[in-house]
Design a protein around this ligand. Structure first.
Ligand code: RFL
Ligand code: PHB
Length: 393
């Protein structure tokens, strides 16, 4: 085996967490290498998040990745929560003074790749069989295979940004890890269609038939989701069936006026709340989906990944530039404090808006009462808005 490479920080995973962390470290003169399992095309074909908190927008600006986001992102001052024809408007702007930006994760990731290319960062795609070694030593080592060649990279720290199914989390011994999990008994069927959005703001709809979400990417690109049983397959859902079910769940007026068309992407995602503690083991730091998953109902997954990067990038810069270990020693606790609050919010939004198969008739009344309370209480709406726009870092 050959030690073929050396870097200060090795980053496993070239999704939004890994790319943003790398970009911020590089801007401070810290050297990184990114190891990514898939091709760039594959990473950029995944349709995922759509809503950016203002803290996320600030971080992307800091990373120098803002031109398209500022031109093409759509600022949203509020959203709707509905139950049949009861529509509750949550005015983020009035309630918190903040707004969110609707701009797709795919676009953010594409711009981060472009920025990293300009920076000249080495991003190695198609890596297999990644093994992280020597995490308790001064220098650690990652072994991987690329183009049928076993290669090693030596580094000071490792950032595990490799998502829920990555290798980083499981490198931490099971005896050290504490995991928390709730799997929801349904998924989201998502459809992207080249049609104008059904409404100018997002609609999170509860209904006797289940949950639906009307979202968007731009003025002629809509993103919709409906709650489906986890046993359903994408092939079970023709476009006709999807639109019919979606319309059943949205408020009548929206359903009647919305424009439908053929889908350009259709996929089913499971819903899960998951967290693994601690986020650090020796020289390894977990970031984003590698450490925690939230159901998409609160639009928090990508935003949480970015707040992890916020805490970790400055801690690593301090450790490398000034040998101060305070930041890296405190990373896990600082990041987890915010993660658990977003976990709570995403779980609460999911419980408030979805129909559970085995539920009794009491559950539906609780959902309607929660919505009715939101309709009548500014305090309740402010609490929701404060969480939705993003808690402070
Ligand atoms: P990612 O995006 O999963 O990237 C991890 C990368 O690591 C690579 N990888 C490996 N590389 C090398 N070696 C290995 N052994 C590897 N194993 C994996 C993978 O190929 C991948 O490229 O994690 P990251 O960077 O932490 O980013 C997290 C976000 O992607 C995620 O939280 C969000 O997409 C969640 N999410 C949403 N978040 C929001 O903030 N707002 C939203 O509106 C929102 N909507 C959503 C969502 C996620 C969804 N799905 C499909 C789960 C809507 C949906 C439907
Ligand atoms: C999306 O547009 O993909 C989206 C928006 C809000 C969510 C989840 C997903 O809560």
């Amino acid at each position: 085996m050959i030690i073929s490479k050396k870097t200060q920080i090795a980053i496993i995973g070239g999704g939004p967490s890994g790319l943003l962390l790398s970009q911020l470290l590089n801007l401070s003169g810290v050297d990184t290498v990114i190891l990514e399992r898939s091709s760039r095309e594959h990473v950029l074909s995944r349709i995922r998040a759509g809503v950016l908190e203002s803290g996320t927008v600030d971080m992307l600006r800091q990373a120098g990745v803002f031109e398209r986001m500022e031109k093409q992102g759509i600022p949203h001052n509020g959203c709707y929560l509905t139950d049949s024809d009861l529509m509750v408007h949550i005015n983020f702007r009035e309630l918190t003074g903040k707004q969110v930006l609707v701009f797709g994760q795919t676009e953010v990731t594409a711009d981060l790749y472009a920025a990293q290319d300009r920076m000249g960062t080495e991003i190695i795609h198609g890596v297999e069989d990644v093994k992280i070694n020597d995490l308790g030593q001064t220098r650690s080592k990652i072994d991987y295979t690329v183009n049928a060649t076993r290669t090693s990279i030596e580094c000071m720290y490792v950032a595990g940004c490799d998502g829920f199914h990555g290798v980083s989390r499981n490198t931490i011994p099971a005896t050290v890890r504490q995991e928390y999990e709730r799997v929801y008994p349904f998924g989201w069927l998502g459809v992207l269609s080249q049609t104008p959005p059904a409404n100018h703001e997002l609609i999170y709809a509860n209904s006797p038939h289940g949950f639906a979400l009307a979202s968007m990417r731009n003025e002629n690109l809509s993103r919709y989701y409906v709650q489906v049983p986890m046993t359903d397959k994408v092939g079970d859902w023709s476009d006709e069936r999807f639109w019919e079910v979606l319309k059943q769940r949205l408020p009548t007026e929206t359903a009647q006026s919305m424009i439908t068309g053929s889908s350009i992407e259709k996929s089913i995602a499971p819903l899960r709340s998951f967290a693994s503690e601690p986020l650090r083991w020796g020289n390894l730091f977990l970031v984003g989906d590698a450490a925690h998953i939230v159901p998409p109902t609160g639009a928090k997954g990508l935003n949480l990944a970015v707040s992890d990067v916020f805490y970790l990038h400055s801690a690593l810069i301090d450790a490398i530039k000034t040998q101060s270990r305070t930041g890296i020693d405190g990373y896990s606790d600082r990041a987890l404090a915010r993660i658990w609050k977003s976990m709570r919010f995403s779980w609460q939004m999911t419980t408030m808006l979805h129909r559970f198969d085995d539920e009794d008739n009491f559950a539906g009344q609780m959902r309607r009462a929660t919505l009715s309370h939101l309709a009548h209480s500014e305090t309740a709406r402010r609490e929701l808005a404060e969480n939705y726009v993003g808690l402070p870092y």
